[in-house]
Ligand binder design. Structure first.
Ligand SMILES: [Zn+2]
Length: 508
């Protein structure tokens, strides 16, 4: 679609939304109407969240999965009712008899209970597997390659409450409702979903393809929303607020709602950066915001443009340091206590490094996808390496040395053992995972840069981002791309650091 016709389509779609919103008396009905009216071909509303017309740049996105999600958060904040209508196109080469849905909350002390699954008004047979974390929905007839279908699910979330530092991202704690992976998610490569390794708490949980999200939220009006994407509509309905958000292409959709969240805003070019933190943590929030602006500038220069009009940062009680989502970065709340130290490292240092690392994931994970369970080194090593670049570009070589030393120290925690990078998360112990994936991984990329020459290596990263934007890349494709960039053989270095990719065995 040309730029002009795309803009016209956007205007038509928004006009339709505005018309529907103004035509009905009750706020909830108005929003429901807008949500219902968006047809399967209509991707124009997502243009609001984007700087460039990604669908025109990548026509294959026209077949991407559409999630239409309606979430109603109870006043208690521990219960959420959800309605999902998902339009799915079989982009594989074989007919698909069932669609799997990943139900992350069932791996926590909370729950996602599916109440009904339908297609065309008819109930579909379902089966829960893998500790309730996988729902297999049998289709009325196998979905042929290239064919699409729409499935509707009704569900209820029970949100676990957590104290500071104990949350996996799906929890209510410290006055913040954090909804990570809190809807039924169709994993990438759906036909293999039942055979894939189970996620473990110290790794990422998700392996998903770029999709489109239209999310209607209904929540208590005393809460502040921190979400990615574009707000298409917002209105008050008595004591509640109703918001319509669009995001896509994106591999996931995260949101947080907090009682005392305060936001600070800055701009980097055309991107609005918003940092949310609780009252009293303004200084930390400002530090995260400044880091984000610098990191965006650096990574755009090095890897290519950031795709969204907005980047959201939010401080949430969380057991790890941070977590990446498309258009949004979650950072552990304890890092905003700038006077404290953790394992001898000042919170201020951890907050800056974590923010830069999670922002690097906007390129390595959000845009260039990879299998975060089978080949976690791809996005994590790249995000760590990018963090080193951030320090180098912002503060100079000697300041960056401190971060490099921290990578060496991480690896030293397993005695610098040459454990291959190319293993699935589950194959590592938690200690090994931290040391190898976050320590040895970025050191490998540094060794690769030395072998290829920094100029070739830098253009390899840029080309990788351009070539695999909104797609999935495997370790062997990363190797092929690197060899193409330097016109050299890298097998020996790969064997020494990455090893034989076990993921290939798992794929075959
Ligand atoms: Zn990471």
């Amino acid at each position: 679609m040309s730029r002009a016709s795309w803009d016209a389509a956007l205007r038509r779609a928004l006009a339709a939304v505005v018309l529907l919103l103004s035509g009905c008396p009750a706020g909830s009905r108005r929003q429901a109407a807008a949500w219902e009216s968006l047809g399967r071909e209509d991707l124009a509303v997502f243009r609001e969240a984007l700087l460039e017309d990604e669908v025109a740049r990548h026509p294959e996105l026209a077949q991407a999965t559409r999630y239409r999600l309606a979430l109603k958060v109870a006043d208690s904040l521990t219960e959420v009712t959800g309605r999902l209508r998902v339009r799915y196109t079989n982009r594989g080469h074989k007919p698909l008899a069932a669609i799997p849905f990943f139900l992350f909350p069932n791996l926590t002390t909370g729950a996602l209970e599916v109440q009904s699954v339908q297609a065309g008004g008819v109930d579909l047979p379902t089966q829960l597997e893998r500790q309730g974390s996988l729902l297999e929905v049998t289709l009325p007839a196998p979905l042929a390659p290239g064919q699409d279908t729409e499935v509707s699910l009704q569900y209820r979330l029970r949100v676990p409450s957590s104290e500071e530092g104990e949350s996996e991202g799906f929890a209510l704690g410290g006055g913040v409702l954090s909804l990570a992976y809190a809807y039924p998610i169709i994993p990438a490569e759906p036909s293999t979903a039942a055979e894939r390794p189970m996620p473990v708490p110290y790794g990422d949980f998700q392996f998903a393809e770029a999709s489109f999200y239209l999310v209607a939220l209904d929540y208590p009006g005393n809460l502040v929303l921190a979400a990615p994407g574009a707000e298409l509509d917002r209105r008050r309905a008595g004591a509640r607020v109703q918001v319509l958000v669009a995001l896509g292409p994106a591999r996931d959709f995260y949101l947080a709602l907090g009682r005392d969240l305060v936001s600070q805003t800055a701009r980097r070019g055309a991107v609005e950066v918003r940092s949310y933190a609780p009252k009293g943590a303004e200084e930390g929030s400002r530090l995260a915001l400044g880091t984000a602006v610098s990191a965006l500038k650096d990574f755009e220069h090095r890897f290519g443009p950031y795709p969204y009009r907005r980047l959201t940062l939010v401080s949430v009680p969380f057991s790890s340091l941070g977590l990446e989502f498309p258009g949004l970065v979650m950072v552990a709340r304890r890092l905003y206590d700038l006077g404290r130290s953790y394992d001898g490292i000042p919170a201020r240092v951890l907050l800056e490094a974590t923010t830069a690392h999670e922002i690097a994931h906007q390129w390595f994970y959000a845009m260039v996808g990879s299998d975060q369970l089978l080949e976690p080194w791809i996005d994590e090593s790249a995000a760590q390496y990018a963090t080193w670049l951030y320090y180098r570009d912002r503060y100079g070589e000697s300041a960056a040395q401190g971060f490099l030393d921290s990578l060496e120290q991480r690896w030293a925690r397993v005695g610098r053992a040459e454990i291959p990078l190319g293993r699935p998360v589950r194959a590592y112990s938690p200690r090994e995972y931290s040391a190898i994936i976050y320590g040895r991984g970025p050191l490998f990329l540094r060794a690769l840069s030395e072998r290829m020459g920094e100029e070739h290596f830098d253009s390899f990263l840029r080309e990788l981002c351009a070539r695999y934007e909104w797609q999935l890349v495997t370790g062997s494709e990363v190797l092929a791309a690197a060899e193409a960039s330097c016109s050299c053989e890298l097998d020996d270095l790969w064997a020494q650091w990455v090893g034989t990719p076990e993921s290939q065995a798992a794929r075959n």
